[in-house]
Write a protein that binds this ligand. Structure first.
Ligand code: HEM
Length: 258
């Protein structure tokens, strides 16, 4: 990864030095240009590599694991699968391509995304540290200054104090609800909170909705023969994100052949 990022930076550096950046304006070339314009003091090659690595790490597994959990939950809940698939197909009509305008009209799909993020937040622990000078009491505990606290989004999302039937997948709970991804609803924090909240949230949601709308539009989904929905292994595996311990196996049946 280190050698690869060096190479990517080198390629972009030569473009910037040849003033070709306007033709190839991507994330890396924008950082290079800002560096060239003197916007950052002491931005080293290592700093740039760290930024790029963070974008890859934070932006890829989170979205892909969310898609896998979503499809798994829909396979376990045929009524939700039917409802979301009907919505996607009726909004799409006979069009051959999903566009963002269509997705705005897929309200139930948005509820399915929200409910999957509630039960399976890809990033579980949100680390925060008290400032050097501040200390205080929280939930009856004394928190000294400079203490790192891990906020457990998974536990908060399943807290019966906030959620009815917290262990059950019910996308309808988000219908006509004002709960936002990064609002003031601290019992729902799949993208974190405050200034350290996920900067890729809009991109993450848009890409997941887009991929899911396509998967639901083009295919019907079934479990392989002999596998029962109620017996699916939903065990979680904690790593950079929270993955399925048993990868999902599903059969995609092209819708157009019906
Ligand atoms: C559905 C997909 C995603 C989920 C659920 C998600 C969730 C999160 C969460 C919970 C955090 C920690 C926030 C906090 O501590 O308050 C985070 C941080 C971050 N995310 Fe995302 N994320 C997603 C997609 C993305 C994408 C697509 C990108 C970039 C292309 C991205 C870039 C980042 C970065 C750079 C950070 C670190 C921010 C910092 O430490 O200041 N994320 N994300």
């Amino acid at each position: 990864m280190d050698a690869f990022l060096d190479q990517v930076i080198q390629e972009h550096r030569s473009l910037v030095s040849r003033a070709q950046v306007t033709q190839k304006k991507d994330f890396v070339s924008i950082i290079m240009q800002l560096q060239k314009d003197g916007m950052f003091d002491n931005l080293t090659q290592d700093n740039i590599k760290a930024i790029l690595l963070e974008m890859f790490v934070a932006g890829t597994d989170t979205s892909s694991t969310l898609l896998e959990w979503m499809l798994a939950e829909l396979l376990r809940h045929p009524n939700s699968m039917k409802k979301v698939q009907q919505e996607v197909r009726s909004v799409m009509g006979n069009k051959s391509k999903v566009d963002p305008e269509d997705i705005h009209k897929m309200e139930y799909l948005k509820c399915v995304v929200k409910e999957t993020l509630r039960l399976h937040p890809p990033a579980v622990y949100l680390p925060r540290r008290t400032t050097a000078t501040a200390s205080g009491k929280l939930g009856g505990y004394d928190i000294p200054s400079n203490t790192t606290v891990l906020i457990n989004a998974w536990a908060i999302h399943r807290d019966p104090q906030w959620w009815k039937k917290p262990e059950v997948f019910i996308p309808e709970r988000f219908e006509n609800s004002s709960i936002e991804f990064q609002g003031q609803d601290f019992h729902y924090i799949p993208f974190g909170i405050g200034r350290r909240g996920c900067p890729g949230m809009s991109f993450g949601i848009a890409s997941v909705e887009y991929v899911m709308a396509n998967l639901l539009y083009w295919f019907d989904w079934k479990l392989p023969a002999g596998e029962a929905a109620e017996k699916m292994d939903m065990t979680e595996l904690y790593g950079l994100a929270v993955y399925r311990k048993t990868p999902l196996h599903a059969l995609a049946i092209p819708h157009s052949s019906f």
